[in-house]
Design a protein around this ligand. Structure first.
Ligand code: HEC
Length: 139
């Protein structure tokens, strides 16, 4: 019986160690493997209120403020530097993030916006004309 108890507390100790380790790992420098997940999380926390999870800008706040559809040609045609500049300094109803995000985070968000744009238009790449014809057909 005492063996079972010992094994039991060893288990608890291992779990506590794991929890402590994971806590340290997530508080410390971002491991490269979870970089995408982190950017996605950052986007959801900081941007999706207005731009929506897909970047479409179709949330009620987004509609009220006239938030841009981040997947649209109007946004995607801009250079990385231009998009980073808007995220850092804001534009009209778009708030500035230079004080709350690092340059690295802003760069990652620009890359994430590119990925949102690709996801939206990948099935229409061969037909650029149809792209502007019905930009809202994507669900
Ligand atoms: C409070 C609402 C709000 C939040 C939060 C917000 N945005 Fe915006 N965003 C806007 C609005 C409104 C516009 C349209 C600005 C305009 O062109 O008038 C916009 C436009 C943009 C554009 C396009 C700019 C252009 O020149 O076409 C990008 C890129 C962008 N936002 C990225 C982000 C990112 C990344 C985040 C999160 C870090 C974010 N936004 C958070 C409201 C918001």
């Amino acid at each position: 019986m005492s063996f079972k108890t010992a094994a039991g507390s060893a288990c608890v100790a291992v779990i506590l160690l794991l929890v402590a380790f994971l806590g340290v790992a997530s508080a410390g420098a971002t491991p490269t493997a979870s970089k995408n997940a982190t950017v996605k999380n950052l986007f959801q926390v900081q941007c999706s209120l207005c731009h929506g999870q897909s970047g479409a800008g179709d949330t009620s706040t987004g509609k009220a403020l006239n938030a841009a559809d981040l997947r649209s040609a109007d946004v995607q045609k801009q250079s990385d530097a231009q998009l980073a500049q808007v995220i850092a300094n804001g534009k009209n109803n778009m708030p500035p993030f230079a004080d709350s995000l690092t340059t690295e985070q802003i760069r990652a968000l620009v890359a994430y916006i590119r990925a949102l744009g690709r996801r939206n238009s990948s099935h229409r790449l061969d037909h650029p004309a149809s792209r502007s014809a019905n930009p809202s057909s994507f669900l």
